[in-house]
Design a protein around this ligand. Structure first.
Ligand code: GDP
Ligand code: CA
Length: 312
């Protein structure tokens, strides 16, 4: 069986761990959001790609939810001592090596997809990881500009999310560059060849929503059996601040509203948590199963339910 999943960081990675257990013989391709990527200190930081790579490769810090196991932050402490900008973003010492390798390869002219493949030779995530695009796409958030009352400014998604904890009201969220970006090599081919496409419980706006904005991806999904899993349980995101992103695009934070936002043009099936049993999405088969990823066994049961709903 050939499976394609579109994924963000933590929600995507945890689900994919379960999917590998649920379908050990499947050929799995993961198309990963790169709209969160940011350049800091000259390094290209790809949080979602690295979350998926480290998690599936067994090197992630499961407590913290991001970055490397047994990480230290001595370089960051030095940056703080220099009063360097952007110390709000945590790049650990071990993680730094990944970023140096990525920088060196990008400078040598390799596209992000080739860099990702090279990094995965070490981590062996057991799935093919593809960035959604080799082109630069960066999600920005439009907020009030306090310096000039009445004005607005766009800040990088990471600044809004990590530095401000999504507490500044977002007027809109824009994936800058998405309209001209083309899918990375292999993305459309993998979707074309897939028996099923899964949307893990990733952020519907800044993870899945960004991937869907890359030209050609949504069209490629049109003829496919697509099953999604709700990242919203009982009216709240399980982890993180996805509600702030949904507010910005005028979608209520509920399993039903997110299912309807994706809609029957995209989805064949929508899995919601048992708490949300009774949710309806016109034209989409909805099933309620436990959707809390408390451990890999729970994630694997969710993946099995998604594959069953897809009928594969
Ligand atoms: P990020 O890029 O690290 O923010 O990760 P993703 O976009 O892949 O996933 C973030 C989403 O995962 C959040 O919106 C959460 O609501 C969702 N999420 C996290 N843990 C769980 C869980 O245990 N169950 C479900 N259903 N959703 C979860
Ligand atoms: Ca992310």
């Amino acid at each position: 069986m050939r499976i394609v999943a579109l994924a963000g960081g933590i929600g995507g990675a945890r689900f994919l761990q379960g999917l590998k257990v649920a379908a050990p013989d499947a050929e799995l391709t993961v198309v990963v959001n790169t709209g969160d990527d940011i350049t800091l200190y000259g390094l290209r930081v790809c949080p979602d790609l690295d979350s998926v790579m480290y998690t599936l490769g067994g090197g992630s810090d499961t407590q913290r939810g991001w970055g490397r196991q047994d990480e230290t932050f001595r370089v960051k402490e030095e940056l703080v001592a220099y009063d360097a900008p952007a110390t709000w973003f945590g790049l650990g010492d071990l993680d730094m090596a990944t970023h140096l390798v990525r920088r060196q390869m990008l400078d040598a002219g390799f596209p992000l997809s080739a860099v990702t493949a090279a990094l995965c030779e070490r981590w062996r995530p057991g799935a093919r990881l593809l960035p959604m695009s080799d082109d630069r796409v960066e999600t920005h958030v439009v907020v009030d500009d306090d310096a000039t009352p009445g004005n607005r400014k766009a800040i990088h998604f990471q600044e809004w999310w990590v530095k401000h904890h999504a507490a500044l009201r977002a007027h809109s969220i824009v994936a800058v560059g998405a309209e001209t970006a083309t899918p990375a090599p292999g993305v459309l081919e993998a979707i074309e060849a897939a028996d099923v496409v899964l949307l893990p419980p990733s952020n519907p706006v800044v993870s899945i929503g960004t991937i869907l904005q890359v030209k050609g991806i949504r069209d490629a999904l049109a003829g496919k059996k697509v099953v999604g899993l709700s990242p919203i349980i009982g009216g709240a995101p399980v982890r993180g601040m996805a509600d702030a992103c949904l507010d910005a695009i005028g979608v209520e934070t509920s399993a039903q509203a997110v299912g309807r936002h994706y809609g029957s043009e995209l989805l064949a099936g929508w899995l919601v948590d048992t708490t949300d049993a009774g949710v309806t999405v016109p034209g989409v088969e909805v099933r309620a199963v436990p959707l809390l990823m408390t451990d890999v066994t729970a994630s694997a049961a969710m993946a099995t339910a998604a594959l069953e709903l897809a009928g594969v």
